[in-house]
Write a protein that binds this ligand. Sequence first.
Ligand code: HEC
Length: 409
Amino acid sequence: MKHTPHPTFLRTVLSLALVASGIGAAQAAVSVCVDSSSPTVEMDKAIAAAVAKQQKTTLTVHAFDGTGDDEEGFDLKEFNKMAANDCQLVMGFPVDTSASGLPDGLKATSAYGRTGFVLVTPVAAPAHSLSRLPEGSQVAVTYQTTPNLYFVDYPKLQADVHLTNDDAISALEQKKVGAAMLWRPSVVGYLAQHQEEKQFDYAELDEPHARWNLVALYDPANAAVAQSFDASIKALQASGALGKLLDPYAVVADAASGNSQANATTLSMLQRGAQLASNTPGAPKADPAAAGGGAIDKLYTSAQADKGKADYAENCALCHGDTLAGRAGPALKGKHFANPAANFHVGDIFTIVSQNMPATQPASLDPKMYADIMAFLLQENGYPAGDKELTFDDAKASKVPLVYHGTEQ
Ligand code: HEC
């Protein structure tokens, strides 16, 4: 098995073979890829080993570093390359149980476990749901993760956004915040390294897009391998072995979510959790004409956008970049930000801006200033200026689709 090293793969040097029992078996060998940067890497290897043992065959493990480069994260196309060259099954791929989208051209096995975002609280003050947290609680989250979106539904809580999971959990440890919403495997990984005392409790979050299934990705050419994998997982589940292998990183997936193929979303796509606000039951649907060719709404004045530009430079550019291309925070311009497929509206993004931004001091700016900054964001995303200013209330209620109208690629 050869593959040309790709830049993001230079750290992918280690490729080890685990020989499971059952030498000389009838079945062909199984090969898997595991992400050495994931807290679940040992669990993924153990599950693959148990599957190989169940099939009385040998296992080859190829480890890759899924960290990716700092700016872009791990490119989804790398999964295609791996599935084509390095292994039959890429283990540990998280898919949202309620959304859609796998790397193009790849398929997923049935879910072998369920994990997700959990609410972490001190053992002394356990709270197992967001609604049980006291009014005004500060809650640590990691940036570009789904739980950032939950604050819109829980105005009594305050977001404390961190760049890494470790930063978020140490804010909790230092009692700077009352709770944290984090990726379960990261919490488990942290607790495993800090075993001295049991400091935290955690509970599954019962919120949209909080629950994720773990699947293995495969190239359609390896469909037979995937089928055997599914059969072995079923057998391991029946014997009770699967639950033990998953614990404490994940639990056995719900039977109902067995076929996750049509129900996947990658973590990086959920950076914005765009589906959330617009899929709320009862939310008016966007006017399709406004998203497509028809006339584009004139929502602001150009004088207002100029004012907003100055306010942006002062309050937002530090994290989102002078040209809105993104830095610590995501890009606020272009097809990725204002993506028609996300079915996001001006009002949705404005709600995030006015309630969660600036990330360090949410909701700290004057309402008029928020509206001016929104005018500037609209201008940068190709919306035309008109003769009426955008007000805070109009921005908040706007059902105009958030779609990039500019010319940049
Ligand atoms: C201290 C850094 C920081 C500052 C300052 C800041 N942001 Fe953010 N922003 C972030 C981070 C991190 C995220 C991603 C986490 C999240 O979604 O909550 C984010 C997310 C966003 C999003 C959601 C993007 C998407 O695609 O879903 C918008 C819109 C946004 N910021 C606008 C602003 C505006 C406007 C300002 C100035 C008023 C601002 N931000 C100031 C860090 C910052």
